[in-house]
Design a protein around this ligand. Structure first.
Ligand code: PEP
Ligand code: CO
Length: 465
């Protein structure tokens, strides 16, 4: 995926000392929330020992290359597009699903590169996004209470006693499915995506339904022209010009699983999580004195931190101090997910606090998780208008505070699901019953994702950035 992209000699990333008093298992002395409780500890230990001996999914030089790119994004020289499923499932490790997800991410990134006039760092929520935090340990249906589904890494979604028992073999399966996904992604990214570079092959039928149809047409035409121009001057197909970089990410929630993939490598100091390039800490497990923060402080990967309306100034600065004591560039990405109704109140004081503190961060906006609601029929959904509203406000707030929104974090799929309402085709609550597949959070579909990318370009131009 990124092996051609080794860190350059003039690195903006300063190296700091390894974390003190830290080992890959030092998190065990701290309270660990959202962990699975396995009935058979011996079976769990066997699975973890095997996992720790399997080949890694990513390499240290890819991780360091991503850190450099995040450092550049912090300097305003790149934009980050992070997207994928809320939760991957083993069943969906299939060629069309992976291809379509990669395709939509790539098409979005081309629209962003063209519209923002800067390189885009593409990070998938895939090849390991198998563990989910839950608001309750138990789920009750029709008077029957069972353990909650915690993602395919832990148990199965089916509502039976047997399915919901945490199964250690799933740890090995998750690693294998992640490896299959990575393998296919690497092959596709290595040049199999030529048609994605031709806008005439994109499915843009939805554009006609948008009130912004004229603007969107102009945008795709000018994108198509610049891609053709590139081909003309180089005499080569754009798709074959350069392999496309894709990085992977997931919420590093299941600490024994993450620990087993935390390794040292020759000729590098410190420890790397080699299960993904970019692990993030979820909102529910970001406690300063919790096990997750302890685990993250010792790895050299760039780290995402989700921050929601409940975060305080002290908490946020505490996290920066603990996770990036050397104030290293390219280390921290703050993923704010406030909701459209909270972002104007909550975000400005945090931006000011981080500015005063002086530690480098990249701010990106997750406009999904603060805007989840239930329909009258109890279906979990998100409204496209609220998603775009939070994103637009985030762009404005950062600009007004001499800060910069340097990326987006989205839950999306390349399939034509109906999980979020609105968008150019104005999906209604009724439409949600047609093709709702997610077992966890509602995702943008193919068309809504492309539309959102174009709206970002539009907002960027309006912001005069
Ligand atoms: C998620 O990204 O799927 C998630 C659970 O997010 P958060 O931790 O922000 O609620
Ligand atoms: Co989610």
């Amino acid at each position: 995926m990124n092996s051609a992209n080794k860190p350059s000699a003039v690195s903006p990333v300063q190296e700091v000392d390894p974390a003190r008093d830290w080992t890959p298992e030092s998190w065990r002395a701290f309270p660990a929330l959202q962990q699975a409780s396995y009935p058979d500890d011996a079976a769990l230990q066997r699975a973890l020992t095997r996992l720790a001996s399997l080949p890694p999914l990513v390499t240290s030089w890819e991780i360091l290359a991503l850190r450099e790119q995040i450092a550049e994004a912090q300097q305003g020289r790149r934009f980050v597009l992070q997207g994928g499923d809320c939760a991957e499932s083993f069943d969906e490790v299939r060629a069309p699903v992976i291809t379509n997800r990669l395709k939509v991410l790539l098409q979005m990134s081309l629209a962003l590169v063209h519209g923002l006039q800067m390189p885009v760092v593409r990070i998938g929520r895939f090849a390991g996004q198998y563990a989910k935090p839950r608001s309750s340990d138990l789920e009750t249906r029709d008077g029957v209470t069972l353990p909650s589904y915690r993602g395919d890494l832990v148990n199965a979604f089916e509502f039976t006693e047997e399915s919901r028992i945490p199964d250690p073999d799933r740890l090995l399966k998750a690693h294998a499915y992640s490896a299959m996904t990575m393998n296919f992604v690497r092959s596709l990214a290595d040049g199999g995506f030529a048609d994605v570079h031709h806008t005439e092959y994109w499915d843009l039928s939805w554009v006609e339904h948008s009130p912004l149809a004229d603007e969107f047409h102009r945008l795709t035409e000018s994108l198509g022209r610049s891609l053709r121009f590139m081909e003309t001057i180089t005499g080569r197909d754009v798709g074959s010009l350069k392999r496309v970089d894709f990085y992977t990410s997931h919420e590093a929630l299941h600490l024994p699983y993450e620990q087993a993939q935390t390794r040292q490598v020759p000729r590098q100091w410190g420890w790397f999580n080699l299960g993904t390039h970019f692990p993030w800490i979820g909102m529910r497990t970001a406690a300063l004195d919790g096990a997750h923060v302890e685990y993250f402080r010792g790895i050299r990967n760039p780290i995402g931190i989700k921050i929601g309306p409940k975060i305080s100034r002290e908490w946020l600065l505490g996290l920066l101090e603990k996770l990036n004591p050397g104030r290293d560039a390219g280390r921290i990405v703050l993923i704010h997910r406030m909701g459209d109704l909270n972002v104007e109140d909550k975000l400005p004081p945090l931006i000011r606090a981080v500015q005063e503190f002086g530690s480098p961060v990249l701010w990106i906006c997750d406009p999904m998780h603060g805007n989840t609601e239930s329909t009258g029929d109890g279906i979990k959904t998100r409204r496209f208008r609220r998603i775009t509203r939070e994103l637009e406000l985030a762009f404005e707030i950062h600009r007004d505070h001499r800060s910069r929104l340097g990326g987006v974090h989205l839950e999306l799929t390349g399939e034509n699901v109906t999980e979020c309402t609105g968008g150019a085709r104005d999906l209604s609550d009724e439409d949600l019953k047609r093709d709702y597949k997610s077992t966890v959070d509602p995702r943008l579909n193919y068309e809504q994702s492309l539309e959102l990318a174009m709206l970002i370009v539009r907002k960027h131009a309006q912001n005069g950035a």
